[in-house]
Every structure is written in structure tokens, then in C-alpha cells.
Design a protein around this ligand. Structure first.
Ligand code: G6P
Length: 369
């Protein structure tokens, strides 16, 4: 096992550090930026179905559901296709309206999650076209779907999902870009800008990982907290949810993710000098609005740990700690802002003496209801 960990103390840390490579492996052979091409057989062969679909329904559980939420923003923003994201466990039991004009995308690292598999079967019975985004090759979901695209994250051993999440977002971004191009909603130059920017993501993730020492210092300050709040807007709202989930899963600290603007409808009542608030405040996408949310937290004496774009001055003046990530296109920011939140959870859990790779009560893949 020590050999498999490749010199890292835990699988989770190894997998966090594997993300630049995992993301690259996921777009390698698919993204041909110099030719202005994205090749994905599962989409190419079914392009008509995607172009004629009324809507896309995404089903998943856990971290994969968060990747689905990011995908909702990407598909609607870039490809202008209506999307709904559902917990597989709710979807299958609520008599959903599904027709043969719907496309169901199932996202699953393991490809074995019982609820996701059941949601697929239901959608197929109703005539929907089902597309899978799985990591494990030949898994039940990969076999049950009509078509699909694998993430190439490699084996994920840590129960808390890390590289599966960023590679799922990578695959879903490639699909959205293909559809945007095919639908003609993207200009050549915008399309090209996305393709070339995507290729810079692995090195930007690498750069985000360099904040590890700073993050360890921050983790030490907040490791004894009993509650934490995570806030983000737009593309970074699902990242806030995922940040909170990571902390809960492995450190057993109660954490809640919220859309930053919803704070005033409840969570703001919780804020006092004992409440750490992790805010994603990158430059693109509602920046000024998030800054005003940060001011509201500050005036209630909450502790602010902000994830900001490199070189940010405004939030630095307000926050107790800032962690920088490189600048990128707004829709690609989740691939970077997720990284420091993964590291934070990891270090806090280690400092609390928790079993990071195998947290209590959780399973890597939930094959029963
Ligand atoms: C379990 C795991 C999570 C995972 C979820 C969905 O709860 O502990 O890490 O996100 O299942 O799993 P899947 O394999 O379908 O992505």
C-alpha cells in the first residue's frame, strides 16, 4: 500500500496532486486545439439527438452531483440547452416527466451507485437517450447507458472524491463546447479561446497546488472549529457545496455550502467571531456582489478565508486569509477554486487525527439503496 501511495501520506493527497495529469489525460486525444476540434465518439455519433433534445436531465449522487451542478451552468451558459440536475435517489421516486425528447446524463465515478443505476433504467423505460460519464471502465453504469465518455482520472482510492470531480467537469465542459459549436451559438474566436484556455488548466492547477504550505497554516488556525460556512456564486456555488462536503466527510466538522446571496435568508444568523466562512471570490462572475457579502460577514465578526484571483487587492484588505488561484475563463474557475478547498479539508482532517482515506460510516461506492 505504501508503494501505491507513491510517497504521499494518504491516497487522498496523492489524488489531489494527480489532478493536473488526470485533467490532461481526460482531454488528451479529444481536444485538438490547433485544429479547432473536439473529438468524442459518443457525442459525434449522437449529435442529432443532442441538437434536437428538449432538455438535458443530469442525475448523480454526492460529489458527482456537484459536478452535475457545475455542468448545468456550463451547458446553459455555453450551449444554451436547458438542464435540470437531480439527485438520482429523488428522481427515481418522484414520478418524473421524461420523454423521448429528453437526454439523461448520468455522472458516476464508480459507475456502480445503485440509485444512479436505477434512475438510468427508469429514463430508458420512458424512452430517453442515456449518456454516461464514468471513471471506471466497464462498470455497470458504463454498460447500461446508450453512449458515454469516460473520465481518465485513474483509480480513485480515497473515499472523498477529488480527481474524479475535476475530470468530470473537464469531460462535461468538452461536451458543452462541442454542442455550443454544433448549435452555432459560439463564434469561431470564442470557441478557439476556450480550447486554448482548457489546455492551460493543468499548469494552472499545478500553480494552485503551490498554496499547500499556506493552506496548512490556515488549516491549523481553524482545525478546532465546530461549524463552517462555504459561500460562492454562479459557477462557484457548486464549488462551495463541494468544499463543505469534503470537510464534513473527512474531518467530521459540520459545514454548509450556500449560494452567497442566500446567506441573508438564514445562515447570516449563525455568523459570529467563532464562525469561519470560506468565500470563493474570484474576479470573474459577480465579484463585486461577493465582495459586498464579505463585508456583511466582516461586520458580524465572522472569520473570512477567501479564494481569490492572483493579484487581488480588494478582498485581501477585508479577509483574514486569502488563497490565490490563477486567472481563467469564468466557466473554468471551478477546476481551480476546488483545489485549495480539497487541500484545506485534507489538512484539517489530518490535524484532527481522522482517518482521511476511509472516513467513518462512508463507502467509496454505494451499491445498495
Ligand atoms: C459515495 C462516495 C462519494 C461519491 C458518491 C457517488 O457517497 O463516498 O465520494 O461522490 O458515492 O459515487 P459515484 O461513484 O456514483 O460518483
Amino acid at each position: 500500500e505504501e508503494i501505491e501511495k507513491g510517497g504521499y501520506d494518504h491516497f487522498m493527497l496523492k489524488e489531489i496532486y494527480e489532478q493536473p495529469r488526470a485533467i490532461k489525460d481526460t482531454y488528451r486525444g479529444r481536444l485538438l486545439a490547433d485544429q479547432g476540434l473536439i473529438r468524442m465518439a459518443g457525442i459525434d455519433q449522437n449529435m442529432e439527438k443532442f441538437l434536437n433534445a428538449n432538455r438535458i436531465i443530469i442525475v448523480a449522487c454526492g460529489t458527482s452531483w456537484h459536478a452535475g451542478l457545475v455542468a448545468e451552468y456550463i451547458f446553459e451558459d455555453l450551449a444554451r440547452i436547458p438542464v435540470e440536475v437531480e439527485y438520482a435517489s429523488e428522481f427515481r421516486y418522484r414520478n418524473p416527466v421524461i420523454t423521448d425528447k429528453d437526454i439523461l446524463i448520468a455522472i458516476s465515478q464508480s459507475g456502480e451507485t445503485a440509485d444512479t443505476l436505477a434512475a438510468i433504467k427508469l429514463a430508458k423505460e420512458k424512452g430517453a437517450f442515456v449518456f454516461g460519464v464514468c471513471n471506471v471502465v466497464g462498470s455497470s453504469i458504463a454498460r447500461e447507458t446508450d453512449a458515454g465518455a469516460y473520465t481518465h482520472a485513474g483509480p480513485e482510492i480515497g473515499v472523498a472524491s477529488t480527481k474524479a470531480f475535476t475530470t468530470q467537469i473537464t469531460v462535461l465542459t468538452l461536451i458543452a463546447l462541442k454542442l455550443a459549436k454544433a448549435k452555432g451559438v459560439f463564434s469561431e474566436s470564442r470557441y478557439h479561446e476556450y480550447l486554448t484556455e482548457l489546455e492551460t488548466i493543468p499548469s494552472k492547477v499545478e500553480k494552485a497546488l503551490q498554496s499547500n504550505t499556506l493552506i496548512e497554516i490556515i488549516a491549523d488556525v481553524y482545525k478546532d472549529s465546530t461549524n463552517c460556512l462555504y459561500l460562492g456564486r454562479g459557477y462557484n456555488f457548486p464549488v462551495a457545496l463541494e468544499g463543505a462536503l469534503k470537510l464534513k466527510e473527512i474531518s467530521y466538522i459540520h459545514a454548509e455550502g450556500y449560494p452567497a446571496a442566500e446567506m441573508k435568508h438564514g445562515p447570516i444568523a449563525l455568523i459570529d467571531e467563532h464562525m469561519p466562512v470560506f468565500v470563493i471570490a474570484t474576479k470573474k462572475g459577480h465579484y463585486e456582489k461577493v465582495v459586498s457579502n464579505i463585508q456583511e460577514i466582516k461586520s458580524r465578526k465572522g472569520k473570512i478565508i477567501a479564494i481569490v484571483t492572483e493579484g487581488d487587492e480588494q478582498v485581501r484588505d477585508l479577509a483574514d486569509h486569502v488563497i490565490e488561484v490563477p486567472e481563467t475563463l469564468e466557466s473554468l474557475t471551478p477546476l481551480l477554486t476546488t483545489i485549495p478547498l480539497q487541500l484545506l479539508s485534507y489538512h484539517i482532517a489530518v490535524m484532527r487525527g481522522c482517518n482521511v482515506d476511509q472516513p467513518r460510516n462512508l463507502a467509496k461506492s454505494v451499491t445498495v439503496e
